[in-house]
Design a protein around this ligand. Sequence first.
Ligand code: PLP
Ligand code: COI
Length: 367
Amino acid sequence: MRNVQAPGTQKEHTMEIRITKTTQPKSKPDPATLSFGTVFSDHMFLMEYDGAEGWHDARIVPYAPIPLAPAAAVFHYGAEVFEGLKAYRTAEGKIQMFRPMENLKRMSDSAERITLPQFDQEFVLEAMRQLVELDQDWVPNAPGTSLYIRPFLFATDPDLSLHGISHAVFCIITSPVGSYYKEGINPVRIMIETEDVRAVRGGTGYAKCGGNYAAANRAGARAEKLGFSQVLWLDGVERKYIEEVGSMNVMFKIAGTVVTPKLTGSVLPGITRKSCIALLKEWGIPVEERLLSVDELVAAMRAGTLEEAFGCGTAAVVSPIGELHYGDVSVTVNGGAVGPVTQRLYDEITGIQSGKIADTHGWIYHV
Ligand code: PLP
Ligand code: COI
C-alpha cells in the first residue's frame, strides 16, 4: 500500500505493513555457540522514502540483499545512521525489549545531523515489534543471549552531486547474539588511542552514523593487532579528555566515586550509560558526569585509586576493563578481576532486561 504524504510528516502510523513470509526458513544456530552479529533471522523490515511521497511501501519480507544503484549516495558520501537494541526472552518464554523508544529518539537525532528524513518513531517501534513477533523463534533463551535488532536508514539518491537527500531506505534486520567480546563478562584489555581521533565537537560524534565507525577502524585494527579488544578515545581537539570506547561508554570508579565523561557533543549518549547513572544514583553511589583528563586517570592508576573501570553499551552490556594502556603506562585494574560495582550493574541491568528483576523504571517494552 502506498501512503501519500508530505516529506517527513508523522503520518506513517497509518501505513499498513505488508508481510511476505519466507518459504525457506533457515536453521537456527546453537545458542551455546552464538557470537555477535554473524547470523541473521528469516525476515527484515523495509520502507522507502522519496521527497514527493514521504515514507511508503512498508513491508516485512524474507532477509535478502537490497538492490541499490551504484551511484546511491550512501556508497559515496556515507549518508547512513543506525541503532542497536535487543529483544530478550524471559524465563516464562515472553519477549521484551529494553528502552526501545530511547533508541528511536536517538536515531531521529542522528538522522537530523545527517539530514536523512525523519520518521514516525511509534510506527517504527510497531514495525520492530511485528518483525520480532514474526521471528520470535529466533530469540534465543540461553543465559546472556538475545536477539540484536539493527535498524538503519540510508540515502539512496542515485546522484553524485552534493545535494540534499530526497530518497532513502529504512531497514531493520535482527541477529541472535551472545557476548560481544569473546571474553564474555571477563575483563577486556583496552588501549588509550593517542594518534587517531574519532570525533570533534560540532562533528558527528553524538550521532550513531556509520562514518564514525569508519573513522575508528584504523586505530581499532592497530589495537587488535597488539592484542587489545578496543581503543579508548581521547577528545579530538586537545587529545586530553577521555571520551568513550568504540562500542561503549566508559565509567571509572576513582576513590569511591564513579566518574563518566560528560556528553560534550562528541560522545554517543548511550542508553546503557543513562541507565547505569540512574541505578548508581538510586543506590547512593556517588556518580559524576564531567570532563576526565587522561592525566587524572593516569595519576589515579599510579596512585592505586582507580578501583574499577568498565564500559557500558547495548552489545557489550557492562564490560569490565581489566587492563588499560596509555603510551608506556600499563595498569591492571582491580587485579584484573570484575569489581563489585561493575558486577552489581551487570547483574541489575541484565536482570531487568531478562525479566529476572522487576522493572520499576518503565524501561521494559513487551513485544
Ligand atoms: N558508544 C558507542 C560509540 C557505541 O557504538 C555504543 C553502542 O551503541 C555506545 C557508546 C553505547 O550506547 P548504548 O548503551 O545506547 O548501546
Ligand atoms: C551497540 O551496542 O548496539 C552497538 O551499536 C555497538 C556496535 C558498534 C557493535
